[in-house]
Design a protein around this ligand. Structure first.
Ligand code: NIG
Ligand code: FE
Length: 414
């Protein structure tokens, strides 16, 4: 089945197939074709160009997109989509003056989520996650990473990863699974943290690898969570089983996580609200993607990642939602793109690159998605009639999406 889309006002993010990521000044270039056509065959993009070069093309269906834009779907490279319950009580406590760290110290935070998840049946976790994911796709997300990390025991970590596996089987967007057993030290290991780390290394990683439940491995490298030495130990253990590192670093403090991540060839280092000159220099010499999570900064009222500093140092940057019940209870990538422009002073070109091609790199999927390229999967957004791609971050709370195509098929809306 071949579909020809004609009269596209702007075909956004058109690239050659071999572009894997963009850095520095190149992030400010967003290649577009005005008044364009696009041809997809089954689930693949096969051709595109300017309308005046269309000529006569055979197709089974023609769709006129006059006034509308087409852009690749968002890639969300960092989420905690599988969780048991929301945490409104902590939200209210933060409004009243407690900090995220104070709430965690009182047994709230990640440990609160773990307690609830441990008793929730797998099927209910799946049903909730399925609902959330359907909604995210309607909001333009066409590839996603999902972490475990609210289990914190062998059994419960496996439960989350099995839910993610089932999501992979039930959805046609690419989904990557990350094992985050090192998200927090469980209460019962408070006085014997080394034992928990040993449990991760000796039991959890081998079992997860045996069942092929994860693509990546993550650690929350932060004061009060895991040290950089422990992070190194866990990443190395994961590597032995083929798990590639994608880690939480520098959310509140720079404690050596960037260095350890890069040393272990991390695909990405995420958060980076705090950034030292040493971190910056390490990142600028690596192939690791820096991932900012602006909705976490927005929701917790903490500093935003210094995008200007990263981009000026020629470091490639992606942005992701960090969807989770504690620090970012939204997976809406349109809002993430807006925040990147409004709060991080990224231009619309930089923010769209960060949420598409660079985010695809952070998922190790830039050969398949993240741009409009011949040979890539036909996952794209069709907008309502809008002025230009800058209208997307500008009209920050508007829903400008008319349709979302996944694998060449229009997804069922609402
Ligand atoms: O990325 N920082 C660590 N993990 C999550 C938050 C987890 C939670 O509060 O439940 C994050 O922000
Ligand atoms: Fe996170």
């Amino acid at each position: 089945m071949t579909t020809l889309f004609i009269n596209i006002k702007e075909l956004v993010q058109v690239r050659e197939l071999d572009v894997m990521k963009v850095s520095g000044k190149n992030m400010s270039i967003l290649p577009i074709i005005k008044n364009a056509f696009l041809i997809i065959k089954d689930n693949i993009i096969v051709d595109f160009g300017s309308m005046n070069k269309l000529g006569i093309k055979k197709s089974d269906k023609v769709v006129d997109l006059t006034g509308k834009l087409v852009l690749p779907t968002w890639c969300d490279s960092h989420t905690h989509l599988v969780f048991a319950d929301t945490r409104e009580e902590e939200f209210v406590n933060r409004i009243k003056g407690l900090t995220y760290q104070e709430i965690a110290k009182r047994g709230g935070g990640i440990l609160n989520s773990a307690k609830k998840l441990q008793i929730k049946p797998e099927i209910e976790l799946f049903d909730d996650a399925e609902k959330r994911l359907k909604e995210l796709i309607q909001n333009g997300t066409g590839a996603i990473e999902i972490k475990s990390g609210y289990g914190l025991s062998l059994e419960s970590e496996l439960k989350i990863l099995r839910v993610i596996k089932k999501l992979k089987e039930n959805f046609s967007i690419p989904i990557k699974a990350t094992f985050l057993g090192a998200h927090a030290i469980p209460i019962k290991y408070k006085e014997k943290r080394a034992d928990y780390i040993q449990l991760i290394i000796d039991k959890m990683i081998p079992e997860i690898a045996k069942e092929k439940l994860a693509d990546y491995i993550d650690v929350f490298c932060e004061k009060g969570y895991f040290t950089s030495k422990e992070t190194d130990q866990i990443l190395k253990a994961g590597r032995k089983y083929g798990l590639i590192p994608k880690i939480h670093v520098n959310q509140f403090n720079s404690i050596g996580g960037v260095k350890v991540g890069v040393k272990n060839n991390a695909l990405s280092v995420d958060h980076l609200e705090v950034l030292t000159d040493e971190d910056l220099s390490i990142l600028s010499k690596s192939d690791t993607m820096s991932v900012a999570l602006p909705s976490c900064s927005f929701f917790l009222g903490i500093p935003y990642t210094n995008a200007r500093k990263l981009i000026d140092a020629n470091v490639p940057m992606a942005i992701a939602s960090d969807y989770n019940p504690g620090s970012s209870p939204s997976g809406n990538m349109n809002f993430v793109v807006s925040l990147a422009c409004i709060k991080m002073r990224m231009t619309p070109e930089e923010a769209i690159n960060a949420a598409t091609i660079n985010a695809a790199y952070a998922l190790n999927l830039s050969n398949k998605i993240g741009s409009i390229s011949k040979g890539k999967v036909a996952n794209f957004i069709i907008t309502k009639p809008i002025k230009s791609y800058s209208s997307i971050p500008y009209a920050f709370a508007d829903n400008y999406i008319e349709k979302v195509y996944v694998n060449g098929k229009e997804t069922q809306t609402k």
